[in-house]
Write a new protein. Structure first.
Ligand SMILES: C[S@@+](CC[C@H](N)C(=O)[O-])C[C@H]1O[C@@H](n2cnc3c(N)ncnc32)[C@H](O)[C@@H]1O
Length: 199
């Protein structure tokens, strides 16, 4: 059954991605934190905030079925500078098949430094996160916030979307300054894209 779904996904990423996403929601609703993949407008709004004139790498967290990954590549992030992290083994396998040119790391972003290995020692310019920070276990969310602080140097960007239209709580990211915050109405449900800069 898994093999049939994977083949369908490669032929028709749109419809089949929905099926895979739905299966993951049933298996792990808190970790998915969304009813469906991001719409292209939300994904491109996230990607557009990534500066292309910096030397370091871009890390995408919570790749899912690849909506934001597609937008990051379309925005112009070079494949060699993009690393995608995904907790679910099924989704990570899907991402590896869909984007064979990318480094896809399967694991928990709470352990991002270990997952990144040598990449953690170099410069990370932007972290683009679709992680459902509000629905994850609070200890996991705290550990992820700590990873953001550890891995981003001053000036580094964290780009995050949230379905809470009031925005991300400042307590979660004490070392970051909110640079911009914009609601994308053309997503179901509408989402707020926030850009934070490491102080
Ligand atoms: C809201 S979905 C976003 C998927 C995709 N980026 C999109 O926008 O359509 C959240 C994704 O984060 C992944 N995820 C949740 N917790 C995670 C964690 N601790 N570490 C890495 N990935 C995680 C989920 O498996 C899921 O694929």
């Amino acid at each position: 059954m898994k093999e049939i779904i994977m083949k369908a996904l490669l032929q028709n990423p749109g419809a089949a991605a929905l099926a895979l996403f739905a299966r993951e929601i049933l298996a792990n609703p808190r970790a998915m934190g969304a009813a469906c993949p991001s719409a292209p407008l939300l994904a491109s709004s996230m990607a557009a905030r990534v500066p292309l004139d910096r030397a370091g790498i871009v890390v995408e967290l919570g790749g899912g079925t690849g909506a934001v990954t597609t937008a990051l590549l379309a925005h112009g992030v070079p494949a060699r500078k993009l690393v995608v992290v995904e907790r679910s083994p099924t989704l990570a396998r899907h991402l590896r098949q869909r984007f064979p040119q990318l480094r896809i790391l399967q694991g928990n972003a709470a352990y991002l430094t270990q997952l990144l290995g040598d990449d953690a020692a170099g410069r990370i310019d932007s972290i683009v996160s679709s992680l459902p920070l509000r629905s994850l276990h609070p200890a996991t969310t705290r550990a992820i916030g700590h990873q953001f602080e550890t891995l981003l140097e001053p000036g580094g960007l964290l780009i995050q979307y949230t379905y809470d239209l009031r925005g991300t709580h400042s307590r979660l990211l004490p070392s970051f300054r909110r640079m911009s915050s914009k609601i994308v109405w053309g997503n179901l449900p509408p989402a707020r894209v926030e850009v934070f800069e490491r102080e």
